[in-house]
Each structure stands twice: as C-alpha cells, then as structure tokens.
Design a protein around this ligand. Structure first.
Ligand code: F6R
Length: 241
C-alpha cells in the first residue's frame, strides 16, 4: 500500500489526475472503474484539463461506475448518470457506448446486476478502480455487514449513508433507499485501486480502514489485502495515521 498525504486539495487533485491520465497514456484501451460523490470532483476537473491540453484521449477507454440509485430517473440532477455527465463525460471524447453505469430503473434489477457483471467480465479486468469511502467504511455502496457480496447487487442504503448524501438533495426523504452497487469481489479484482479521502470527518474511518482489523464491519479494510493500492489523503483525513 502506498499512502500519500497532501497539504492542499490542488496537489491531491493533480496527483490523482496524473495517475489516471498516466495510465491511459500508457494504455489507451484502459478499463476504468469510476466513483461519484464529493471526493472525486476535483480529480475529474483536472482530468478534463489534461484532456483539453491534449495530454490524453478517451476514445478507446471503457468505464464502469461503481453504483447508481434505484428508482431515481437518470435525468434527476442527483442521479449518478447526471453526475458523470456533468463532471466528466460531457467534457471528454469517451464514446457514450463505452461508459457503463448500472441502470437503477431497470424493470428487472436482478437481471441488470447480472448483465452489469457480464459487461465488466467482457471488458476484461478493470485496470484502475477509483474509490471514495463512506464514514462507515463503505466502498461503492457495500455497507458494513456480517457478509459481503462479490458481484453487483441491490443494496439497502445505511441510514448514515442516506444522511450523508442528503446534502445533495432537498430533504433526507428524497434520498433513495436502495442502490445497485458493484460488489467487493469485483472491486478487489481491479489491477490497481486508487482510494481518495478528504476531510477530518473521515480521519477515524481512514485509520480503521488502513490500520485496523480486516473485517466486513468496515468493508474498506479489505483493501489492505490488495497488492496495488494507492491512497491519496489530505492532511486532515490522514491525521490519525
Ligand atoms: C460513490 C461511492 C461511495 C462514495 C462515498 C463517499 O460512487 O461509491 O462509496 O465514494 O460515499 O462519498 P463522498 O465522496 O461524497 O464523501
């Protein structure tokens, strides 16, 4: 595990973007696993800057997002489809057919989960999986539980997760109760994992995830077993290490 701590958001964003851009420069057909939420916004901004400067093209890249809410229209401003278009996809040359996000409005959600796993399988291994972390240690929407699920599945969002995400909605009641998420098996199968964490409110979970026991009570602690894990932290998030 390689843990790097930065004294500014700008430096952290630049470091994260350099890893993504550098990977695509060396492998223009890379398969990326992507995250949403507040954490990666600045990194996507930098990646878009790299694209605009002509440093990278996404023409042959394929992407798979970690998760999407169930029963939230794709046009809703807080759907992860809208998020990805807003922060990344509409600014780069990634063909729409190469961008995959689970369909939380599918009639048959179980079938959608199976089809999502098949699409990931067909693309080969994910080369780089970008991750944030929830205050309860979730990765993707794999919430703490006594057992974790390998592949894409339907999940009941933890109350804590809905509260944390309420900041993006008008009211907590508007936050969907379910999501589709990639499973931890798929996440851990990625060749390289890039975990980004910011803020003092995440310091305790960073400590537990990176130095605590490996337990399904803290899904991110499973990342300790990954052979190629890079963690980028701001000083606040790294303050308890
Ligand atoms: C997002 C995702 C989640 C977030 C986590 C942190 O696709 O899978 O695991 O990374 O909830 O969210 P933020 O970055 O908003 O603190």
């Amino acid at each position: 595990m390689n843990v790097l701590t930065f004294d500014s958001n700008e430096k952290l964003n630049e470091a994260g973007a350099n890893i993504i851009t550098g990977l695509i420069q060396t492998n223009p057909r890379a398969v990326l696993g992507l995250a949403t939420g507040g954490t990666p916004v600045g990194i996507y901004e930098q990646v878009v800057g790299d694209y605009r400067r002509g440093l990278v093209s996404f023409k042959n890249v394929r992407t798979f997002n970690l998760d999407e809410y169930v029963n939230l229209s794709v046009d809703h401003p807080e759907s992860y489809h809208s998020y990805m278009n807003k922060h990344l996809f509409s600014h780069i040359d990634l063909p729409a057919a190469n961008a995959h996000i689970p369909n939380g409005n599918a009639e048959d959600l179980e079938a959608e989960c199976r089809s999502y796993d098949e699409r990931i399988e067909d693309a080969g291994q994910i080369d780089l999986q970008l991750l944030g972390i929830g205050h309860n240690g979730h990765i993707g929407f794999n919430e703490p539980a006594h057992a974790l699920i390998k592949g894409t599945h339907i999940v009941e969002l933890a109350e804590e997760t809905r509260k944390a995400n309420a900041r993006f909605f008008d009211a907590i009641d508007d936050v969907p109760k379910q999501a589709l998420t990639m499973g931890v098996g798929t996440i851990l199968k990625a060749k390289m994992i890039l975990l980004i964490v910011r803020g003092v409110d995440k310091a305790e979970i960073v400590r537990r995830a990176l130095t605590g026991p490996i337990t399904t009570d803290c899904p991110a602690s499973l990342l300790q077993t990954h052979p190629h894990l890079i963690v980028l932290l701001d000083q606040e998030a790294g303050s308890l290490l």
